[in-house]
Design a protein around this ligand. Structure first.
Ligand code: FE
Length: 339
C-alpha cells in the first residue's frame, strides 16, 4: 500500500492505523513506515521487492526533505515513521543534527557501505552515489583543456561557465567539500573566480544548465551525472561530454542518497533490516539504477549506461563534511556573489 503524500490527512490516517495491542505494545512487527524525499517512482519497485521477499508491508510518504524532517520533529515520539530516506549528505547530516535519527550498530551496513559514505556517528548510511562533475560542449572544448573545479576559476574560462543556483544543496555540498579540501580562503577565491567567469545567471536546475552547455551558451558547467544520463537518453546527439574532475588531485566530488532509522521508530529492528537489505547486492541496483546513480556497495556494478561513462577517482573525504561545513559554504557563496 502506498501513501502519496503532502497531506496531513494521510499521516493522520496512518497514525490511526498504528494502534496498541491489549498488552500496550505497538503492533508493527510486519509493517514499516518510510518517509522518503526520493520520489515514489524510485522507491516503489524496491519496496515491492522487499515485501515480496519478506512479507513485511511498507507504507510510505514522499515529500521534500525539509518538510519530512519538520514533520518528524513535530510528531516526536508519536511519529509513525521508522525510516527516513533522503538525498544529499547535507540533508542527512541536518536530520541527524535535528535529532530525528538514531544510532545503528550494524556490521552488515559497515561492510556494505564504504566508511566515507556513511555517518561517522552511525545515524545515516549512503545507499547510492551521485557524482557532481564537469560537463562540456564537445564542439567548443577539448577534454585536455579541462582539469578541476578549481581550474574553472581561471580567467581562460571568462564568460564560458554555467552553474546551477547556489541555493541548491548540491552546490552547497560541493563548496563545503572545496572548503574541506583547500581551506576557506582558497575555496572563496575559487568561487569568486567562478562568479567572474559566468556566461549567464545561475540556472534553477542541472538539466537547464546542461542544455545551456549543449546549446553553446557556455562551454562548461557542473552537474550531477544522472541529469546528464537522463538528457542523453532523450537526446543522444547533443554535443555534451562528461569529464571526471580533479583526477590529478582530490578526485570527483561525490555525494549520496541515503537513509537512517528514526529516533522514535516503532519497529527499529525491522527498519534496520530494511536498511541492510537496501545496501545489499539484492537491492543496490534497484536503488541506484532507477536514477542512473552508482551503487554504494563496491561489490555491485553500476547500470550499463552508467558504466559507459568510465571509472573515476572519487574524493576520499567523508561526505558528512558536506553537512558540517554547509553553513560556512552558504556564507562563503553569499560573500562571493554566487546567487
Ligand atoms: Fe537531483
Amino acid at each position: 500500500m502506498s501513501l502519496t503524500s503532502r497531506s496531513a490527512l494521510a499521516v493522520a490516517a496512518l497514525l490511526a492505523t498504528l494502534t496498541l495491542s491489549p498488552s500496550g505494545e505497538a503492533i508493527a512487527a510486519d509493517r514499516l513506515v518510510v518517509y522518503s524525499a526520493r520520489i515514489e517512482a524510485l522507491i516503489k519497485p524496491m519496496f515491492e521487492a522487499y515485501s515480496k521477499e519478506t512479507g513485511v508491508e511498507i507504507q510510505y510518504v514522499t515529500d521534500k526533505e525539509g518538510a519530512l524532517v519538520e514533520r518528524l520533529k513535530a510528531e516526536g515520539a508519536n511519529t509513525p515513521a521508522d525510516l527516513l530516506i533522503t538525498t544529499d549528505a547535507g540533508n542527512l547530516w541536518q536530520a541527524a543534527q535535528e535529532g530525528v535519527l538514531r544510532t545503528i550498530d550494524s556490521p552488515a551496513l559497515e561492510k556494505a557501505v564504504p566508511a566515507q559514505l556513511r555517518d561517522p556517528g552511525k545515524q545515516w548510511f549512503g545507499l547510492s552515489i551521485r557524482a557532481r562533475t564537469l560537463f562540456y560542449n564537445t564542439r567548443m572544448v577539448k577534454p585536455a583543456q579541462l582539469s578541476s573545479y578549481e581550474d574553472l576559476a581561471d580567467p581562460k574560462w571568462r564568460g564560458k561557465l554555467c552553474l546551477r543556483s547556489s541555493k541548491k544543496v548540491y552546490n552547497q555540498s560541493l563548496v563545503a567539500m572545496l572548503i574541506s579540501e583547500h581551506g576557506e580562503a582558497r575555496a572563496e577565491q575559487i568561487v569568486r573566480g567562478w562568479v567572474v567567469n559566468l556566461a549567464t545567471e545561475p540556472f534553477p536546475d542541472d538539466t537547464r544548465m546542461l542544455e545551456a552547455v549543449a546549446a553553446g551558451q557556455c562551454a562548461v558547467g557542473i552537474a550531477n551525472t544522472y541529469y546528464f544520463g537522463r538528457l542523453m537518453e532523450k537526446k543522444p546527439d547533443l554535443p555534451l561530454g562528461i569529464f571526471w574532475a580533479d583526477q590529478g588531485g582530490d578526485g570527483v566530488h561525490v555525494n549520496v542518497s541515503g537513509a537512517g532509522v528514526t529516533r522514535y521508530a516503532k519497529n527499529p529492528a525491522q527498519a534496520q533490516k530494511l536498511l541492510e537489505w537496501l545496501a545489499s547486492p539484492k537491492a543496490q541496483n534497484l536503488f541506484a539504477d532507477a536514477n542512473l546513480e552508482f551503487p554504494v556497495n563496491p561489490a555491485v556494478p553500476p547500470d550499463a549506461a552508467v558504466k559507459a561513462w568510465g571509472t573515476f577517482k572519487a574524493s576520499p573525504l567523508n561526505v558528512a563534511e558536506a553537512g558540517r561545513l554547509q553553513a560556512t559554504a552558504v556564507r562563503l557563496m553569499d560573500r562571493a556573489g554566487y546567487r
